[in-house]
Design a binder for this molecule. Structure first.
Ligand SMILES: [Zn+2]
Length: 268
């Protein structure tokens, strides 16, 4: 179903006016990719020095899928020149990410676009998001059964027979040293793990970081992802998701664009 929509409301017109010439994504700040950049000047000689014709630009964010499109036309009449600029940008749908039935691909795109929503995402959906991100990054990832996870939420099979146990914690609070000890305990009791990863939507206390380092030095490697590290992994996993652009192009070309600027000039 996707997370973007095109609205005909006044608010969306204001948004298009403000963000139409953007080079960075309004939502996730990634560099936009140009989908169309064309210029048609059929009657340029009618009025020397003027830019008579049409231009069209459309760009999409390769990470979250936000898009923006603009068409300008300059028409020459006998006594007048008229200029019009029409545009549209995508607006974010109000996706319910506290609902477990929301499709995971939409959840990932939504979190990329609006990362503060990680604080309200359903915890199970967040585990699935983590599994999907690592899956996209090359691991064979699976979410463990809810009741008998033994403290491990996601299992990753990596290269050279590595088996990584992942603990996922959607939390507003810092992860404490005892939570790291629990993970190390769960990894050891599980008996199959070669490494551990902790992923949280917040951050770690310095004691928690020390505990992870001690485990890495003496027991088994434990890597910590805080909110920022996980956002980078999410971005990396989303990149190129919007590579197949034909469908988007067709949608954009058939949009009913908003008038955002219209002027008429006297030629004399
Ligand atoms: Zn974006």
């Amino acid at each position: 179903m996707g997370i973007w929509e095109h609205k005909d409301s006044m608010r969306s017109i204001e948004f298009a006016k403000e963000h139409n010439l953007a080079t960075k994504c309004f939502f996730c700040k990634s560099d936009l990719e140009e989908l169309i950049d064309s210029w048609d000047r059929p009657t340029g000689k009618d009025y020397p020095g003027s830019m008579v014709g049409d231009t069209c630009n459309a760009s999409v964010c390769p990470v979250c899928g936000w898009w923006t499109i603009r068409k300008c036309s300059m028409d020459s009449f006998s006594e007048y020149l008229s200029y019009s600029k029409r545009a549209a940008t995508a607006t974010l749908k109000n996706l319910d990410i506290s609902d477990q039935s929301t499709p995971i691909e939409d959840v990932k795109s939504f979190l990329t676009a609006k990362y503060e929503a990680r604080k309200i995402v359903d915890p199970r959906l967040f585990e699935e998001t983590v599994a999907s991100v690592f899956g996209q990054l090359g691991y064979n990832a699976r979410v463990t059964a809810k009741t008998k996870d033994g403290g491990i939420d996601v299992i990753l099979d990596g290269p050279s027979n590595t088996i990584i146990g992942v603990q996922v914690k959607r939390s507003k609070n810092f992860i404490t040293v005892s939570q790291i000890r629990e993970l190390v305990g769960a990894l050891m009791l599980g008996g199959i793990y070669t490494e551990g990863i902790f992923v949280t939507t917040s951050d770690y206390t310095s004691y928690a970081k020390d505990a992870a380092k001690k485990s890495t030095d003496n027991i088994l490697p434990v890597k910590l992802y805080d909110a920022e590290n996980f956002l980078s992994a999410l971005h990396a996993s989303q990149r190129n998701k919007y590579q197949s652009k034909q469908e988007l192009l067709e949608t954009l070309q058939n949009l009913n664009l908003h008038d955002i600027d219209k002027r008429t000039f006297d030629k004399k």
